[in-house]
Each structure stands twice: as C-alpha cells, then as structure tokens.
Design a protein around this ligand. Sequence first.
Ligand code: GDP
Ligand code: GDP
Length: 436
Amino acid sequence: MPRPLVSIVGRPNVGKSTLFNRLTKSSTAIVDNEPGVTRDRIYSSVDWKGYVFDIVDTGGIHFDSKEPIVKSIREQSFIAAEQSNLILLVVDAQTGLTQDDEFIFKLLFKKKENIVLVVNKADNPSFELSSAEFYRLGVSDLVPISALHGNNLYELMDTIISKIPLVRDEIKPKYDYRVAIVGRPNVGKSSLVNLLLNEERMLVSDKAGTTRDTVDSLFKYKKKIILLTDTAGLRRKAKVKHNIEQYSMIRAFRALSNSDVGLVLLDATTDFGNNEDTIFQFAWENGVGIVVAMNKWDAIQKKHQTINELKERFFRRYPYLEGVPFRTISVHKKQRVLKVIEDVLTVAEIRNKHIQTSELNKWLQNLWEHRPPPAIKGKYIKFQFAVQQKTAPPKFTITCKHSDLLPESYIKFIEKQLRNNFNFFGVPILLEFRKK
Ligand code: GDP
Ligand code: GDP
C-alpha cells in the first residue's frame, strides 16, 4: 500500500511552514515575518508511533508569482485534494476567521471531506478558547496548536493517524525514482533544474531559493514522478567562499547515495578530470545508475568528428562505464534536454529490472558451453546455478564448485556478458560467487 499523504494548506503566513518543520522535526526552514518566506523542504515523511505518512507543505509549491494569491491557493488546494488522504487546513487563532479561510475551506470541502482544521498560533489558553469560533466553518475536527511553541502537537499527530489509512511500513516515499543532478560547480546544474521545473510537467517544487543546500523537487515526466535532488546553489551562500569543489563533492556524495540515478553533468568548455573520476567512482560503487550529459554544447566550435572523438576519449578514461548513456546538450538552447530525462528513466528502469531464474540459467549454461572458465590446477569449474537476488542495483549470485579459483579476468568477462545479454547498461552490477 502506498504511504498516505497529508497536505498542509492555508493562506500565507498562518504558520504552515513552521508546522511542517515541527512535524518533520527539522529546523531547516527559514521562518520570518514576511509572508511567503523561502522554504527549504516541502515534502517529507513522518513516523509517528510506528506509523508512517508523507506530508507536503503546499504553501511551498511554486506557482507563477504574478498570479493573484487566490489563484495559487486554488491551485494548491487542488493538488492537495487530488493527491492527499487528509488535509490540514491551517488558520490563525490570533487574527480569527477570515474570508480567505472560508474561501479555502469551501474550495477544499467540495473536493475532499477529510479535513482537520488546525488553529495555529493558539499560544496560550485564551487563544485556545477563542479557537472555538472556527467551528462556524462546519468542521468536525479542530485542533488548536502552537507550531511555534510546540503546544498540542501530540494531539494533532494522534488526530492525523486516526484519520488516514495506517501503514506500518518501511519508509517508501511517493515518487518513482530519485535522481541526483551532480557535477562540478558551474557546469549548469541549476540552469538545468530551472529549465525542467519551468516546464509544465512540474508537479511540486520549492520556491527558487537562494540559501539552500540541496533541494528536492518533484518532476513528472511520462507518467513517472522523479524526485530531483539539485546539488547546486551552495556557492551562493556567502560564507562558503573556499573549498567550493570539496563542498560540492560532499553534497554530490550525499545526494548520490540516496538516489537511483546520478545525472552527471560535464561542461563542453572544460575538460573532465579528477572531479568527475571521483563522482563516477562513487556512484558506481554505491549502486547508483549513471547518465552523462555534456552541457554547453552551444559554446564550442564543432567539427564533424567532434562528438565521436569526445565519446571515445570519455569511454577510454572510464572503461567501466561502457554503455552508459552519453549525450551532448545545451540547456541554454534547450537541446536534447528531455532526451536526457528519457535516458534517466531508461537507466532507472534497467536498475529495477529482474531477470527470471530460468532465463538466467539458460544463458549461463550457454556461456559455459561456449566459453567455459579455464581449468585451474587441474580442476574444472562448473557453474551450478544463477539467480538474480535483488534489483536496484541488480545483484546476481552464481553458485559453483571451486569459485575461489575463478580468475579475475573471467569474472569481468561474465559481468560483461551479463550486461550485454540482458541489457544492463548504465547501472553497476553486483556479482557474487558462492561455493557449492
Ligand atoms: P506560512 O506562510 O503559512 O508557511 O507561515 P510561516 O510558517 O512562514 O509562519 C508565518 C509567521 O508566523 C512566522 O513569523 C512564524 O514565526 C509565525 N508563527 C508560526 N507559528 C506560530 C505560532 O504557533 N505562534 C505564533 N505566535 N507565531 C507563529
Ligand atoms: P551550476 O553551478 O552547476 O549550478 O551551474 P549554473 O547553472 O549556475 O551555470 C553556470 C554558468 O553556465 C551560468 O553562467 C550559466 O548561464 C552557464 N550555462 C548553463 N547552461 C549553459 C549552456 O547550455 N550553454 C552555455 N553556453 N552556458 C550555460
């Protein structure tokens, strides 16, 4: 069962972001008195008494800022009602019921009846008492809280889990694939993310923040929801003036280690080098799929052979990445950018692919007949059985007698055959041998 989703909805400045951060136990959001402050995260999972659900702060969903506020609230409410199991409608105890609150409530209620009215800023008992006026809206569930001071949050949590389908599950978030966009500073990571998120397929994104570390945005393409982790942006923080490359590397690692696919950006105007070596190696060793895109293709002089030479040079440096999708793109000219996203989806699907045991053993038998391992110390190595133990990343186990005698070169050979035969391009393969 998918995890239930709870949305936080309400007019600006009622404390949605503060509440979100309380519930997800994070203090990363920037909260100040200006309405519409930047949010770091708007989507997270919550674990309460062993039950898990996802929560989204719709106030952080980015819409065209020229649109009137009412219109964006309408859009937010629509998303909330459409996608979530429960809505937390947040209002402000200190300003009392406003016309906007009523407007939002009516809008939501038409679409979804599962609403809890959260009367925030009930910082003391008198506000708590006055929160009763909000019953006028006609809600049955009302919880006065103070997100800022943390009052009554346990009660709110209990109310939430009493109104959503209960899932005692490992954390399994609401997206199909998680993709980290990595590369050294200035290759165009932010430009790419911005381009993607400005497309209509955007589902949820943060407000274009200026102080941020990594930013997650949900992006929908071909019916798949991709969680993009953008590792750019750090260098814009004034205090990080030194070691930018190192910082960006650490963040790339963090983002990659959680991802299905790493979209590694290169820059056509500079050569690839140590930086990229480290990124590729890290991703590969951590079971992350890889897609490579060389950006700024518009900025260089090209001859007929340029692309082939480039690919040759690339795969000579990274032979283990053979078959990884490699494209030249231009974010500025919008060239082949969506093709790269297709590559990402392809690799993500490959990473999740499972080969049937019967098929695998047919292949292994055939391999053994045509190119058996060399006899070592007078011993024949005969394969007994192969199975794909898991996906994401794919892991195969082959049982055979004397597996410890298999030469490294033959293991490489098997891996290559496995990759070619079952089309496992773009993902690292784990191969384990077991003694019979
Ligand atoms: P949002 O626009 O709805 O996401 O609202 P924010 O979370 O950004 O909060 C708006 C303002 O209300 C900030 O200045 C918060 O500090 C303040 N605020 C949030 N929760 C409370 C609360 O429980 N009590 C009081 N007094 N202020 C709060
Ligand atoms: P990040 O540090 O990887 O996030 O890189 P940015 O997205 O901030 O881009 C760095 C610089 O490269 C900016 O000046 C961009 O305008 C420029 N840039 C990004 N994409 C392209 C492109 O496709 N072509 C060219 N010529 N420049 C680009």
